[in-house]
Write a protein that binds this ligand. Structure first.
Ligand SMILES: [Zn+2]
Length: 117
C-alpha cells in the first residue's frame, strides 16, 4: 500500500516521480492532449512552454514549428531530462546492415526456392 505517496500532491495537480520522488507536475500538450511530466519549478533551460489555465498547465514542446516561448508562457524542464533514477533511454541500436545482409541468404531468393518447388 503506497497510497500516501499520491495524496497531497494530486490535490494541486502535481505528483511525484515514481523513481526519484521528486515533485513533478504535468503540462497538457495543446497539440496532443498528452500530459508531459515536468519539474515543478519553471526552468529557463527546459523545452516545454506552459501557461497555467485554471488548475492545469497547458503548453507545447518547443520545436521547429514553435521554437520560442510565447508571451504568457513559461519554460519548464521535462522531468525525464533530469530524473537521476530514470534509466537512460538506450541509444538506437546500431544496425550493421551490411554485415547482417551478409549473414543470411537474400530473403527473396530464399522464399522463391521454398515456394516454387
Ligand atoms: Zn524522477
Amino acid at each position: 500500500m503506497v497510497r500516501y505517496r499520491r495524496t497531497p500532491a494530486w490535490r494541486w495537480g502535481g505528483a511525484e516521480c515514481d523513481l526519484c520522488s521528486t515533485p513533478i507536475t504535468f503540462v497538457i500538450n495543446e497539440a496532443t492532449g498528452r500530459r508531459i511530466p515536468v519539474n515543478v519549478l519553471p526552468d529557463g533551460a527546459g523545452n516545454v512552454a506552459a501557461m497555467k489555465i485554471g488548475n492545469n498547465l497547458h503548453g507545447y514542446v518547443l520545436s521547429k514549428a514553435r521554437p520560442v516561448i510565447a508571451p504568457g508562457y513559461r519554460s519548464y524542464m521535462p522531468h525525464a531530462a533530469t530524473c537521476p533514477d530514470r534509466p537512460r533511454p538506450k541509444p538506437a541500436p546500431k544496425r550493421p546492415e551490411s554485415q547482417q545482409l551478409g549473414l543470411f541468404d537474400p530473403p527473396d531468393n530464399h522464399h522463391r526456392t521454398e515456394n516454387d518447388t
